[in-house]
Design a protein around this ligand. Structure first.
Ligand code: PGA
Length: 334
C-alpha cells in the first residue's frame, strides 16, 4: 500500500489564510485507512488518435495483460473503437472516452453525451487534456461544464488533466496555473463526489507530453503537492485532499514508473505514446503494482440491452419542437 500523506498534510484552514501556493509539509499526521485505500494506483493509457484502424486497435488490446488486482488499469481508445474494445477487454481493465460533450442531448452534430457513454459501460471520461485545451480551444469553463455533466451520470468518473506549458514553467507560474486549472475544473463538484473517487486528477506538464522530457519524480511530487494544497483550500474536509488520486503524465516509460510511484503523492500515471506498445504499457502497469496476481477473468460484458420502446412522439431538441410526419409513399406510376 502506498504510504502517502504520512508526513504531509495540508490544513485547509491555515492554507486559506496563508499563501495558497506555498507547499505545506507538516508532520505527525494520521490518515484514515479509508482514504489510503481509496488511493489505489491508477494507470491509464491514452491512445489519442491512434491506431488507424479497428484491427490495429484490437491487436493492441489483445497484447494487454489482465490488470493486477492491486491497481486500476484504464485505457482511453478513440470513440469509434469503444464498442469492440468493451467486448474484448482483458480482465480487470476499464475503458474511458477521450472527451465528451457538455450537452446532455439535442441538436449538437458530432457530439457524444455522457449518458451515451455510461449506457455502453464506459466508466471514465478524460477531460481537460492539454491537446483539447490548446488545439481545440477548450477553456477552463468548458472543461468544468463537461466535468459537471459527466458527474450527473452515477456510473461515470472523470480524469481531469491540469498542467503548465513550458513558458509558464519557466516564468515560475507552475503553482498558479495548476491551482487555477484545478479550482476552475472542479468548480461546483461536491466534496462527496471527490471522496467517492469520482474524479481523478492528472498532472501533465505540457512540456513533458510527447517530448521525451519527463518531470523528475521530485518535480512531479511538488506539483502534486500544489494540487493537494488547492484541494485542501477548496474543501473544508481534509478527506478530500487525502483521498483524491493524482496521476502524473508526460513521457512516462517503463524505466520511469517506479521512481514516480515512489513519491508519496503520485498515485499513478497517464500514459500516451508508451501505451501504444502493449509490452511497454504492461511494463508500466507492472512497475506500479506490488506484483499482485491478475484479476480473474470475469464474464464478458453483457450487451443484453432491453428492446427499445418506440416513443409515440419525440422530445423537442435544441429548443425546436420536432414534428414527425407519417411517411406516405407516392402512388405507384402506371
Ligand atoms: P505521452 O502523453 O506519454 O506521450 O507524453 C501523455 C498524455 O498526453 O496523456
Amino acid at each position: 500500500m502506498k504510504l502517502s500523506f504520512g508526513n504531509l498534510l495540508f490544513a485547509a484552514s491555515s492554507l486559506t489564510a496563508v499563501n495558497a501556493f506555498s507547499i505545506q509539509r507538516l508532520s505527525s499526521v494520521s490518515t484514515s485507512t479509508t482514504s489510503l485505500d481509496a488511493r489505489r494506483p491508477i494507470l491509464a493509457g491514452n491512445w489519442k488518435l491512434n491506431p488507424k484502424s479497428r484491427d490495429e486497435a484490437l491487436a493492441l488490446l489483445n497484447g494487454l495483460s489482465p490488470s493486477p488486482s492491486d491497481v486500476d488499469v484504464l485505457i482511453f481508445p478513440p470513440l469509434p473503437y469503444l464498442g469492440d474494445v468493451l467486448k474484448a477487454l482483458p480482465a480487470g481493465v476499464q475503458v474511458g472516452a477521450q472527451t465528451c460533450s457538455n450537452y446532455e442531448e439535442g441538436a449538437f452534430t458530432g457530439e457524444v453525451a455522457p449518458s451515451m457513454l455510461a449506457s455502453m459501460n464506459v466508466g471514465y471520461v478524460l477531460l481537460g487534456h492539454s491537446e483539447r485545451r490548446t488545439l481545440f480551444g477548450e477553456t477552463d469553463s468548458d472543461i468544468n461544464a463537461r466535468v459537471l455533466t459527466c458527474l450527473k451520470e452515477p456510473n461515470l468518473k472523470v480524469v481531469l488533466c491540469v498542467g503548465e506549458t513550458l513558458d509558464e514553467y519557466e516564468a515560475g507560474l507552475l503553482n498558479s496555473i495548476v491551482d487555477t486549472q484545478t479550482r476552475k475544473g472542479l468548480s461546483g463538484v461536491s466534496a462527496q463526489d471527490l471522496i467517492n473517487g469520482r474524479v481523478v486528477i492528472a498532472y501533465e506538464p505540457v512540456w513533458a507530453i510527447g517530448t521525451g522530457l519527463t518531470a523528475t519524480p521530485e518535480q512531479a511530487q511538488n506539483a502534486h503537492t500544489v494540487i493537494r494544497n488547492t484541494l485542501a483550500a477548496m474543501y473544508p474536509s481534509t478527506a478530500v485532499a487525502e483521498s483524491v488520486r493524482i496521476q502524473y503524465g508526460g513521457s512516462v516509460k517503463p524505466e520511469s514508473i517506479a521512481d514516480l510511484m515512489s513519491q508519496p503523492d503520485i498515485d499513478g500515471a497517464l500514459v500516451g505514446g508508451a501505451s501504444l506498445d502493449a509490452a511497454s504499457f504492461n511494463a508500466i502497469v507492472g512497475g506500479a503494482s506490488t506484483g499482485a496476481a491478475p484479476v480473474a477473468a470475469a464474464a464478458p460484458v453483457s450487451y443484453a440491452v432491453p428492446a427499445p420502446t418506440v416513443p409515440s412522439s419525440f422530445p423537442s431538441y435544441g429548443g425546436m419542437p420536432r414534428v414527425v410526419e407519417k411517411y406516405v409513399p407516392p402512388a405507384p406510376r402506371m
